[in-house]
Design a binder for this molecule. Structure first.
Ligand SMILES: NC(=O)c1ccc[n+]([C@@H]2O[C@H](COP(=O)([O-])OP(=O)(O)OC[C@H]3O[C@@H](n4cnc5c(N)ncnc54)[C@H](OP(=O)(O)O)[C@@H]3O)[C@@H](O)[C@H]2O)c1
Length: 327
């Protein structure tokens, strides 16, 4: 049984903890969960009744930093789900680094450490023989990384073009179909919980850029940083521009592109019948492979669907460890 610890007990962490405690992945025992308030740990495995809505309401809460769970060798598999920090990747970066240094496998949805330090973390994992899986960092539950690495590993990926941010896609869709202004569509998105109270990272294209860097580095070996991406967000998009696009059978979408000319994020005119032209909170990614040519994949790019990617990465770790224990 792999002893699993989840650091980050928020939207994703709570839902994943419940599933693992209920035995969603055979071969995994959830032994610890942590938030910024401390952690609860049970060597024999946490059950559903041990998991409170808020960790601070648990009598078992140990008010110590989560990193203790890694440092004291209490886990074989870390699921890192702390907030994305694009300045220095912390606290996730330190959690992931320490785990990999100890030979502990890591699954994460946290974009910060993967976008800022992908090459360094992968080298560390290689050195210590640990695994670092991060499907959930881009496109929620849509299998983008495993699609390339498992099904299309022998083909060459030439370019990536995608709608990678559900919040901005929702706003642009409302502007197109309901002829709303950007301000009104944003306010609606905030009321529905689709947009953050501070939506800057989404509107300015930075969230899309982070995801593009992750895809380019992990699927194309691009070795890029966030500062290498030319970024233009959607704040300058007017109702008039959307109406003009609509008249010619097009609309405006925030597109992230990675190709031989580098990485860029910008609002683009897209034909309404282009497979990438999805609406609402959907994400869509078009890959261009040397042999396969164009492949477009569409799905919910955030929210509960992300749990599917986390579970699959956990399952991959269990399978790999079972294989290595047989050899
Ligand atoms: N939600 C999605 O749909 C989605 C999709 C893809 C990727 N992601 C990424 O996945 C990660 C988790 O997302 P989420 O929506 O679950 O976030 P969230 O609801 O904000 O939860 C974050 C959790 O991390 C904890 N935390 C903060 N600092 C910590 C520290 N120093 N030590 C231990 N725990 C700490 C918080 O504890 P407190 O509550 O005590 O502050 C909270 O429990 C983020 O990086 C996010 O960008 C999210």
């Amino acid at each position: 049984m792999l002893r699993c610890v989840i650091i980050g007990y928020g939207f994703l962490g709570k839902r994943l903890a419940k599933l693992l405690a209920a035995g969603a992945v055979e071969g995994v025992k959830l032994v610890g969960v942590a938030s910024s308030k401390g952690y609860i740990y049970e060597e024999s495995g946490l059950t559903l009744v041990d998991l409170p809505d808020e960790l601070q309401s648990s009598r078992a809460l140990k008010p110590s930093p989560a990193i203790e769970l890694i440092d004291r060798g209490l886990t074989d598999l870390l699921v890192e789900l702390t907030p994305t920090n694009i300045r220095d990747g912390e606290p996730g970066l330190s959690h992931i680094k320490l785990a990999l240094e100890h030979g502990i496998d890591v699954v994460t949805a946290n974009k910060g450490p993967i976008a800022l330090a992908y090459d360094e973390l992968m080298e560390l994992a290689e050195e210590t023989g640990s695994m670092l899986l991060h499907e959930a960092t881009v496109g929620g539950g849509i299998p983008l990384i495993s699609l390339k690495n498992r099904c299309l590993a022998a083909d060459e990926l030439l370019s990536i073009k995608g709608i990678l941010n559900g919040t901005t896609n929702y706003i642009l869709s409302r502007m197109h179909f309901e002829e709303m202004t950007l301000e009104l569509a944003l306010r609606e998105a905030q009321m529905l919980g689709i947009a953050e109270r501070d939506p800057t990272l989404d509107l300015e294209g930075i969230d899309t850029a982070l995801k593009l860097v992750i895809l380019a580095n992990s699927l194309m070996n691009a070795g890029k940083k966030l500062s290498d991406v030319k970024i233009k967000g959607i704040t300058g998009i007017t109702s008039e521009a959307i109406a003009a696009a609509k008249e010619s059978g097009m609309t405006i979408k925030l597109i992230g592109t990675a190709d031989e000319n580098g990485l860029r994020v910008a609002p683009k005119l897209v034909r309404l019948n282009d497979p990438i032209c999805v609406h609402g909170t959907l994400n869509a990614v078009s890959f261009n492979f040397k042999i396969l040519r164009r492949l477009t994949i569409i799905g919910e790019g955030a929210g509960e669907s992300t749990i599917s990617a986390l579970l699959n990465d956990i399952y991959e770790v269990v399978k790999a460890r079972a294989r290595s224990s047989r050899t």
